[in-house]
Design a binder for this molecule. Structure first.
Ligand SMILES: Cc1cc2nc3c(=O)[nH]c(=O)nc-3n(C[C@H](O)[C@H](O)[C@H](O)COP(=O)(O)O)c2cc1C
Ligand code: SF4
Length: 415
Protein backbone atom coordinates (compact mmCIF):
# COMPACT_ATOMS: atom_id res chain seq x y z
CA UNK A 1 0.00 0.00 0.00
CA UNK A 2 2.86 2.39 0.81
CA UNK A 3 4.38 4.07 -2.28
CA UNK A 4 7.47 6.23 -2.63
CA UNK A 5 7.40 9.38 -4.70
CA UNK A 6 8.27 12.20 -2.33
CA UNK A 7 9.56 9.86 0.37
CA UNK A 8 11.64 7.75 -2.04
CA UNK A 9 15.00 8.64 -0.52
CA UNK A 10 13.98 9.09 3.12
CA UNK A 11 15.56 5.81 4.18
CA UNK A 12 19.01 6.36 2.64
CA UNK A 13 21.44 7.01 5.53
CA UNK A 14 22.77 10.60 5.62
CA UNK A 15 20.73 11.53 2.57
CA UNK A 16 20.33 15.07 3.92
CA UNK A 17 24.02 15.62 3.08
CA UNK A 18 24.62 16.95 -0.42
CA UNK A 19 27.38 14.47 -1.20
CA UNK A 20 25.16 11.48 -0.45
CA UNK A 21 22.13 13.05 -2.10
CA UNK A 22 24.00 13.79 -5.34
CA UNK A 23 25.36 10.23 -5.51
CA UNK A 24 21.76 9.07 -5.35
CA UNK A 25 20.26 11.28 -8.02
CA UNK A 26 19.38 14.55 -6.26
CA UNK A 27 18.84 17.53 -8.56
CA UNK A 28 18.36 15.23 -11.56
CA UNK A 29 15.27 17.20 -12.68
CA UNK A 30 17.23 20.43 -13.19
CA UNK A 31 18.71 19.56 -16.60
CA UNK A 32 15.26 18.80 -18.00
CA UNK A 33 13.80 21.87 -16.26
CA UNK A 34 15.95 24.23 -18.30
CA UNK A 35 14.99 22.55 -21.57
CA UNK A 36 11.41 23.64 -20.83
CA UNK A 37 9.87 27.10 -20.92
CA UNK A 38 8.44 28.31 -17.58
CA UNK A 39 4.87 28.07 -18.96
CA UNK A 40 5.52 24.48 -20.01
CA UNK A 41 6.50 23.60 -16.44
CA UNK A 42 3.27 25.18 -15.18
CA UNK A 43 1.27 23.30 -17.83
CA UNK A 44 2.88 20.00 -16.81
CA UNK A 45 1.98 20.66 -13.18
CA UNK A 46 -1.58 21.59 -14.21
CA UNK A 47 -1.94 18.31 -16.11
CA UNK A 48 -0.54 16.33 -13.19
CA UNK A 49 -3.50 17.47 -11.09
CA UNK A 50 -1.12 18.25 -8.20
CA UNK A 51 -3.05 19.77 -5.33
CA UNK A 52 -1.74 21.74 -2.40
CA UNK A 53 -0.82 19.57 0.58
CA UNK A 54 -1.09 22.32 3.19
CA UNK A 55 -4.72 21.55 4.01
CA UNK A 56 -6.83 23.41 1.45
CA UNK A 57 -6.09 21.13 -1.50
CA UNK A 58 -6.03 23.97 -4.08
CA UNK A 59 -4.87 22.95 -7.55
CA UNK A 60 -1.21 23.93 -7.78
CA UNK A 61 -0.73 24.68 -11.51
CA UNK A 62 -3.80 26.96 -11.85
CA UNK A 63 -2.60 28.82 -8.74
CA UNK A 64 0.76 29.50 -10.38
CA UNK A 65 -1.10 30.93 -13.37
CA UNK A 66 -2.45 33.69 -11.12
CA UNK A 67 1.01 35.25 -11.05
CA UNK A 68 0.88 38.36 -13.27
CA UNK A 69 2.78 38.20 -16.56
CA UNK A 70 5.18 40.95 -17.60
CA UNK A 71 5.03 42.60 -14.20
CA UNK A 72 8.22 44.59 -13.60
CA UNK A 73 8.15 43.81 -9.89
CA UNK A 74 10.10 40.81 -8.59
CA UNK A 75 8.10 37.63 -8.03
CA UNK A 76 8.49 35.49 -4.93
CA UNK A 77 7.89 31.89 -3.98
CA UNK A 78 7.02 31.43 -0.32
CA UNK A 79 7.19 27.90 1.04
CA UNK A 80 4.88 27.25 3.96
CA UNK A 81 6.62 25.08 6.56
CA UNK A 82 4.69 26.39 9.54
CA UNK A 83 3.19 22.94 10.17
CA UNK A 84 1.41 23.76 13.42
CA UNK A 85 -1.83 21.88 12.81
CA UNK A 86 -2.40 19.29 15.57
CA UNK A 87 -1.83 15.78 14.22
CA UNK A 88 0.26 17.02 11.29
CA UNK A 89 3.95 16.16 11.19
CA UNK A 90 4.82 15.33 7.59
CA UNK A 91 6.68 18.39 6.28
CA UNK A 92 9.31 17.92 8.93
CA UNK A 93 10.11 14.51 7.39
CA UNK A 94 11.10 16.34 4.22
CA UNK A 95 13.13 18.89 6.20
CA UNK A 96 14.90 16.12 8.08
CA UNK A 97 15.42 13.39 5.51
CA UNK A 98 15.45 15.14 2.13
CA UNK A 99 16.03 18.90 2.38
CA UNK A 100 17.71 18.87 -1.04
CA UNK A 101 14.46 17.64 -2.60
CA UNK A 102 12.80 20.75 -1.20
CA UNK A 103 15.54 22.95 -2.67
CA UNK A 104 15.17 21.16 -6.01
CA UNK A 105 11.41 21.73 -5.85
CA UNK A 106 11.97 25.39 -5.04
CA UNK A 107 14.19 25.78 -8.11
CA UNK A 108 11.61 24.09 -10.39
CA UNK A 109 8.64 26.00 -8.95
CA UNK A 110 10.43 29.36 -8.87
CA UNK A 111 11.45 28.92 -12.51
CA UNK A 112 7.80 28.26 -13.44
CA UNK A 113 6.60 31.49 -11.79
CA UNK A 114 9.71 33.50 -12.67
CA UNK A 115 10.80 33.98 -9.06
CA UNK A 116 14.46 34.40 -8.22
CA UNK A 117 14.06 34.55 -4.47
CA UNK A 118 12.22 32.03 -2.31
CA UNK A 119 11.51 32.11 1.40
CA UNK A 120 10.94 29.03 3.50
CA UNK A 121 8.85 29.89 6.55
CA UNK A 122 9.47 27.27 9.25
CA UNK A 123 7.57 27.05 12.52
CA UNK A 124 9.43 28.46 15.47
CA UNK A 125 9.57 25.20 17.41
CA UNK A 126 11.29 23.39 14.51
CA UNK A 127 14.83 24.45 15.38
CA UNK A 128 16.41 21.10 14.51
CA UNK A 129 14.59 20.99 11.18
CA UNK A 130 15.30 24.60 10.34
CA UNK A 131 19.01 24.10 11.07
CA UNK A 132 18.99 21.07 8.81
CA UNK A 133 17.40 23.01 5.94
CA UNK A 134 19.84 25.87 6.51
CA UNK A 135 22.80 23.48 6.26
CA UNK A 136 21.45 22.04 3.01
CA UNK A 137 20.98 25.55 1.59
CA UNK A 138 24.54 26.50 2.51
CA UNK A 139 25.81 23.32 0.82
CA UNK A 140 23.74 24.14 -2.27
CA UNK A 141 25.16 27.67 -2.43
CA UNK A 142 28.73 26.38 -2.03
CA UNK A 143 28.22 23.81 -4.80
CA UNK A 144 26.77 26.35 -7.25
CA UNK A 145 23.36 24.67 -7.21
CA UNK A 146 21.78 27.98 -6.20
CA UNK A 147 23.18 31.51 -6.16
CA UNK A 148 24.02 33.66 -9.18
CA UNK A 149 23.54 30.66 -11.44
CA UNK A 150 21.55 27.46 -10.97
CA UNK A 151 23.96 24.64 -11.81
CA UNK A 152 25.61 26.62 -14.60
CA UNK A 153 22.33 27.82 -16.12
CA UNK A 154 21.57 31.48 -16.61
CA UNK A 155 19.11 31.63 -13.71
CA UNK A 156 19.70 33.32 -10.37
CA UNK A 157 18.15 31.70 -7.29
CA UNK A 158 18.29 32.86 -3.69
CA UNK A 159 16.70 30.95 -0.82
CA UNK A 160 16.17 32.36 2.66
CA UNK A 161 14.90 30.48 5.72
CA UNK A 162 12.68 32.46 8.08
CA UNK A 163 11.69 31.00 11.43
CA UNK A 164 8.28 31.80 12.89
CA UNK A 165 7.77 32.43 16.59
CA UNK A 166 5.35 29.61 17.32
CA UNK A 167 1.94 30.88 16.23
CA UNK A 168 -0.44 28.44 14.52
CA UNK A 169 -2.19 31.25 12.67
CA UNK A 170 1.06 32.12 10.88
CA UNK A 171 0.45 29.00 8.76
CA UNK A 172 -2.50 30.79 7.14
CA UNK A 173 -0.91 32.13 3.99
CA UNK A 174 -1.73 35.83 4.37
CA UNK A 175 -0.81 35.82 8.08
CA UNK A 176 2.42 34.11 7.09
CA UNK A 177 3.22 36.92 4.66
CA UNK A 178 2.39 39.56 7.26
CA UNK A 179 4.76 37.80 9.64
CA UNK A 180 7.43 37.56 6.93
CA UNK A 181 7.05 41.29 6.36
CA UNK A 182 7.91 41.81 10.01
CA UNK A 183 4.39 42.49 11.24
CA UNK A 184 2.03 40.71 13.62
CA UNK A 185 0.78 37.49 11.99
CA UNK A 186 -2.79 38.56 11.29
CA UNK A 187 -4.66 37.08 8.30
CA UNK A 188 -5.58 39.62 5.63
CA UNK A 189 -9.03 40.27 4.21
CA UNK A 190 -9.41 38.17 1.08
CA UNK A 191 -9.85 39.74 -2.37
CA UNK A 192 -13.18 39.22 -4.16
CA UNK A 193 -11.66 37.60 -7.23
CA UNK A 194 -8.83 35.13 -7.61
CA UNK A 195 -5.39 36.67 -7.50
CA UNK A 196 -1.92 35.82 -6.34
CA UNK A 197 -0.59 36.78 -2.90
CA UNK A 198 1.31 40.01 -2.33
CA UNK A 199 4.61 40.20 -0.49
CA UNK A 200 5.67 43.81 0.14
CA UNK A 201 3.32 44.59 -2.80
CA UNK A 202 5.18 42.19 -5.05
CA UNK A 203 3.47 39.15 -6.62
CA UNK A 204 3.97 35.96 -4.62
CA UNK A 205 2.82 32.36 -4.50
CA UNK A 206 2.52 30.44 -1.25
CA UNK A 207 2.81 26.66 -1.38
CA UNK A 208 3.20 23.97 1.20
CA UNK A 209 6.56 22.17 1.64
CA UNK A 210 5.22 18.82 0.40
CA UNK A 211 3.56 20.43 -2.63
CA UNK A 212 6.89 21.96 -3.66
CA UNK A 213 8.80 18.73 -2.95
CA UNK A 214 6.49 16.89 -5.37
CA UNK A 215 7.29 19.15 -8.33
CA UNK A 216 10.72 17.66 -9.30
CA UNK A 217 9.11 14.23 -9.83
CA UNK A 218 6.57 15.76 -12.21
CA UNK A 219 9.18 17.82 -14.08
CA UNK A 220 11.55 14.88 -14.50
CA UNK A 221 9.07 12.12 -15.23
CA UNK A 222 6.19 13.98 -16.85
CA UNK A 223 2.65 14.40 -15.58
CA UNK A 224 1.57 10.88 -16.59
CA UNK A 225 4.03 9.37 -14.11
CA UNK A 226 2.22 11.28 -11.36
CA UNK A 227 -1.32 10.61 -12.57
CA UNK A 228 -0.42 6.91 -12.70
CA UNK A 229 -0.96 7.07 -8.93
CA UNK A 230 -4.26 7.83 -7.23
CA UNK A 231 -7.73 8.29 -8.66
CA UNK A 232 -8.98 10.18 -11.70
CA UNK A 233 -10.11 13.19 -9.66
CA UNK A 234 -7.41 12.96 -6.98
CA UNK A 235 -4.27 11.96 -8.82
CA UNK A 236 -0.95 11.33 -7.14
CA UNK A 237 0.19 10.61 -3.64
CA UNK A 238 0.27 12.24 -0.22
CA UNK A 239 2.28 11.88 2.97
CA UNK A 240 -0.26 10.69 5.54
CA UNK A 241 0.61 11.08 9.22
CA UNK A 242 -1.03 8.67 11.66
CA UNK A 243 -0.98 9.33 15.40
CA UNK A 244 -2.78 8.00 18.46
CA UNK A 245 -3.11 4.50 19.99
CA UNK A 246 -2.12 2.48 16.93
CA UNK A 247 0.69 -0.06 16.77
CA UNK A 248 2.78 1.74 14.12
CA UNK A 249 2.21 5.50 14.24
CA UNK A 250 4.21 7.47 11.71
CA UNK A 251 4.23 9.14 8.31
CA UNK A 252 3.54 7.02 5.23
CA UNK A 253 3.18 7.97 1.59
CA UNK A 254 0.09 6.54 -0.08
CA UNK A 255 -1.56 6.97 -3.45
CA UNK A 256 -4.97 8.61 -3.13
CA UNK A 257 -7.88 6.20 -3.17
CA UNK A 258 -6.96 3.75 -0.40
CA UNK A 259 -9.52 2.83 2.23
CA UNK A 260 -8.85 4.54 5.54
CA UNK A 261 -9.55 1.39 7.53
CA UNK A 262 -7.05 -0.60 5.44
CA UNK A 263 -4.42 2.08 6.04
CA UNK A 264 -5.11 1.91 9.77
CA UNK A 265 -4.92 -1.87 9.94
CA UNK A 266 -2.39 -2.82 7.28
CA UNK A 267 0.10 0.03 7.67
CA UNK A 268 -0.73 1.38 11.12
CA UNK A 269 -0.83 -2.19 12.46
CA UNK A 270 -4.32 -1.70 13.91
CA UNK A 271 -5.29 -0.48 17.35
CA UNK A 272 -2.83 -0.89 20.21
CA UNK A 273 -3.53 -3.18 23.19
CA UNK A 274 -6.64 -4.66 21.57
CA UNK A 275 -8.60 -1.44 22.06
CA UNK A 276 -11.61 -0.61 19.92
CA UNK A 277 -11.55 2.30 17.48
CA UNK A 278 -13.90 5.08 18.50
CA UNK A 279 -13.21 7.80 15.93
CA UNK A 280 -10.67 9.40 13.62
CA UNK A 281 -10.08 13.08 12.96
CA UNK A 282 -8.85 12.66 9.41
CA UNK A 283 -6.96 15.72 8.21
CA UNK A 284 -5.25 17.38 11.11
CA UNK A 285 -7.63 18.58 13.79
CA UNK A 286 -9.42 21.24 11.73
CA UNK A 287 -12.02 19.03 10.08
CA UNK A 288 -15.11 17.05 11.08
CA UNK A 289 -14.48 13.93 13.13
CA UNK A 290 -15.51 10.53 11.73
CA UNK A 291 -17.10 7.84 13.88
CA UNK A 292 -15.73 4.27 13.71
CA UNK A 293 -18.70 3.39 11.50
CA UNK A 294 -17.95 6.24 9.10
CA UNK A 295 -14.28 5.25 9.03
CA UNK A 296 -15.29 1.88 7.58
CA UNK A 297 -16.46 3.52 4.35
CA UNK A 298 -13.98 6.41 4.23
CA UNK A 299 -11.59 6.52 1.27
CA UNK A 300 -8.46 8.65 1.30
CA UNK A 301 -9.03 11.07 -1.53
CA UNK A 302 -10.50 14.58 -1.65
CA UNK A 303 -13.89 13.73 -3.14
CA UNK A 304 -14.52 10.61 -1.05
CA UNK A 305 -13.73 12.46 2.16
CA UNK A 306 -16.33 15.09 1.27
CA UNK A 307 -18.79 12.25 0.61
CA UNK A 308 -18.40 11.03 4.20
CA UNK A 309 -18.82 14.58 5.50
CA UNK A 310 -15.24 15.50 6.29
CA UNK A 311 -12.12 16.68 4.46
CA UNK A 312 -8.70 15.29 3.67
CA UNK A 313 -6.99 18.41 5.07
CA UNK A 314 -3.31 17.82 5.69
CA UNK A 315 -3.73 14.03 5.77
CA UNK A 316 -2.75 13.97 9.46
CA UNK A 317 -5.01 11.29 10.96
CA UNK A 318 -5.62 11.45 14.71
CA UNK A 319 -6.85 8.03 15.85
CA UNK A 320 -9.04 7.91 18.98
CA UNK A 321 -9.79 4.73 20.94
CA UNK A 322 -12.65 3.63 23.16
CA UNK A 323 -10.90 4.85 26.32
CA UNK A 324 -10.77 8.48 25.17
CA UNK A 325 -13.43 10.81 26.52
CA UNK A 326 -14.81 12.99 23.70
CA UNK A 327 -15.55 15.86 26.07
CA UNK A 328 -11.95 15.89 27.25
CA UNK A 329 -10.75 15.58 23.64
CA UNK A 330 -12.96 18.51 22.62
CA UNK A 331 -11.69 20.55 25.58
CA UNK A 332 -8.11 19.76 24.66
CA UNK A 333 -8.67 20.98 21.11
CA UNK A 334 -10.64 24.11 21.99
CA UNK A 335 -7.93 25.17 24.44
CA UNK A 336 -5.53 25.09 21.52
CA UNK A 337 -7.82 27.08 19.21
CA UNK A 338 -8.77 29.54 21.96
CA UNK A 339 -5.10 30.21 22.55
CA UNK A 340 -4.22 30.43 18.85
CA UNK A 341 -7.09 32.63 17.59
CA UNK A 342 -5.45 35.84 16.40
CA UNK A 343 -8.37 37.79 17.87
CA UNK A 344 -9.25 40.02 14.92
CA UNK A 345 -12.79 38.67 14.46
CA UNK A 346 -15.29 38.80 17.33
CA UNK A 347 -17.01 35.46 16.55
CA UNK A 348 -13.66 33.66 16.63
CA UNK A 349 -12.02 35.51 19.51
CA UNK A 350 -15.08 35.33 21.78
CA UNK A 351 -16.59 32.12 20.41
CA UNK A 352 -13.52 29.96 21.04
CA UNK A 353 -13.36 31.35 24.58
CA UNK A 354 -17.03 30.66 25.26
CA UNK A 355 -16.79 27.07 24.04
CA UNK A 356 -13.68 26.61 26.16
CA UNK A 357 -15.49 27.94 29.25
CA UNK A 358 -18.63 25.90 28.61
CA UNK A 359 -16.68 22.67 28.14
CA UNK A 360 -14.86 23.35 31.41
CA UNK A 361 -18.23 23.77 33.08
CA UNK A 362 -19.53 20.50 31.58
CA UNK A 363 -16.40 18.63 32.66
CA UNK A 364 -16.89 19.98 36.16
CA UNK A 365 -20.32 18.29 36.20
CA UNK A 366 -22.17 21.59 36.13
CA UNK A 367 -23.43 21.49 32.55
CA UNK A 368 -26.91 21.03 31.12
CA UNK A 369 -28.58 20.48 27.76
CA UNK A 370 -28.76 24.27 27.39
CA UNK A 371 -24.97 24.42 27.29
CA UNK A 372 -24.89 22.05 24.31
CA UNK A 373 -27.40 24.31 22.54
CA UNK A 374 -25.17 27.29 23.27
CA UNK A 375 -22.08 25.52 21.87
CA UNK A 376 -23.97 24.66 18.68
CA UNK A 377 -25.25 28.23 18.45
CA UNK A 378 -21.71 29.62 18.81
CA UNK A 379 -20.63 27.18 16.06
CA UNK A 380 -23.13 28.85 13.70
CA UNK A 381 -21.52 32.24 14.44
CA UNK A 382 -18.06 30.81 13.80
CA UNK A 383 -19.01 29.75 10.30
CA UNK A 384 -18.54 32.05 7.32
CA UNK A 385 -18.37 35.34 9.20
CA UNK A 386 -14.68 35.75 9.75
CA UNK A 387 -11.56 36.96 7.94
CA UNK A 388 -9.99 33.51 7.63
CA UNK A 389 -11.13 29.91 7.78
CA UNK A 390 -9.67 29.27 11.24
CA UNK A 391 -13.11 29.88 12.79
CA UNK A 392 -15.10 27.68 10.35
CA UNK A 393 -12.55 24.94 11.00
CA UNK A 394 -13.14 25.21 14.76
CA UNK A 395 -16.86 24.96 14.03
CA UNK A 396 -16.25 21.82 11.95
CA UNK A 397 -14.44 19.90 14.64
CA UNK A 398 -16.42 21.03 17.71
CA UNK A 399 -19.87 20.77 16.11
CA UNK A 400 -19.12 17.29 14.76
CA UNK A 401 -17.86 16.05 18.14
CA UNK A 402 -20.93 17.35 19.94
CA UNK A 403 -23.37 16.09 17.32
CA UNK A 404 -21.80 12.66 16.79
CA UNK A 405 -21.10 11.85 20.45
CA UNK A 406 -23.97 13.56 22.35
CA UNK A 407 -24.21 10.76 24.92
CA UNK A 408 -20.67 11.47 26.12
CA UNK A 409 -21.52 15.10 26.82
CA UNK A 410 -24.84 14.15 28.42
CA UNK A 411 -23.11 11.64 30.69
CA UNK A 412 -21.50 14.59 32.45
CA UNK A 413 -24.92 16.11 33.18
CA UNK A 414 -26.13 12.97 34.87
CA UNK A 415 -22.94 12.14 36.72
C1 LIG B 1 -5.33 28.51 10.46
C2 LIG B 1 -4.62 27.99 9.27
C3 LIG B 1 -3.37 27.38 9.42
C4 LIG B 1 -2.68 26.90 8.31
N1 LIG B 1 -1.48 26.30 8.50
C5 LIG B 1 -0.78 25.84 7.43
C6 LIG B 1 0.50 25.24 7.59
O1 LIG B 1 1.03 25.13 8.70
N2 LIG B 1 1.14 24.81 6.48
C7 LIG B 1 0.60 24.94 5.22
O2 LIG B 1 1.22 24.57 4.24
N3 LIG B 1 -0.61 25.48 5.04
C8 LIG B 1 -1.31 25.94 6.10
N4 LIG B 1 -2.52 26.54 5.91
C9 LIG B 1 -3.01 26.70 4.51
C10 LIG B 1 -2.38 27.95 3.88
O3 LIG B 1 -3.21 29.07 4.15
C11 LIG B 1 -2.25 27.81 2.35
O4 LIG B 1 -3.49 27.45 1.82
C12 LIG B 1 -1.22 26.79 1.92
O5 LIG B 1 0.04 27.04 2.50
C13 LIG B 1 -1.08 26.84 0.41
O6 LIG B 1 -0.20 25.86 -0.03
P1 LIG B 1 -0.70 24.59 -0.83
O7 LIG B 1 -1.69 25.07 -1.86
O8 LIG B 1 0.55 24.04 -1.44
O9 LIG B 1 -1.33 23.66 0.17
C14 LIG B 1 -3.24 27.03 7.02
C15 LIG B 1 -4.51 27.62 6.86
C16 LIG B 1 -5.18 28.09 7.97
C17 LIG B 1 -6.52 28.73 7.77
S1 SF4 C 1 -11.03 33.76 12.05
FE1 SF4 C 1 -9.94 33.82 13.98
S2 SF4 C 1 -7.82 33.41 13.42
FE2 SF4 C 1 -8.87 33.99 11.49
S3 SF4 C 1 -8.59 36.20 11.33
FE3 SF4 C 1 -10.48 35.92 12.46
S4 SF4 C 1 -9.88 35.95 14.63
FE4 SF4 C 1 -8.03 35.63 13.42
Amino acid sequence: MVVKVVSKKFDIPDYHKLEVAQKNGAYSSIEKLFTMKPDEVTEEVCKSGLRGKGGGGAACGPKWKLMPKDDPRPAYLIVNGDESEPGTFKDRQIFQYDPHLLIEGIICSSYAINAHHAYIYIRGEYKFFSDRVDEAIQEAYAAGIIGDSVMGHDYKMEITVHRGAGAYICGEKSALIESLEGKRGHPRLKPHGKECEWFFDNPATVNNVETIATVPFIVENGYEAYTAYGTEKSPGTMLFAMSGPVKNPGVYELAFGNKMIDFLNEVGGGMRDGKKLKAIIPGGSSCPILTAKEVESAVLDYESMWDVGSTLGTGGMIVIDEDTCMVEAAKNLIEFYHHESCGQCTPCREGCGWIDDILAKILAGEGSKKDIDTILDVCVSLNGKTICVFAPAVKDIIQSMVQKFPQEFEAYFKN
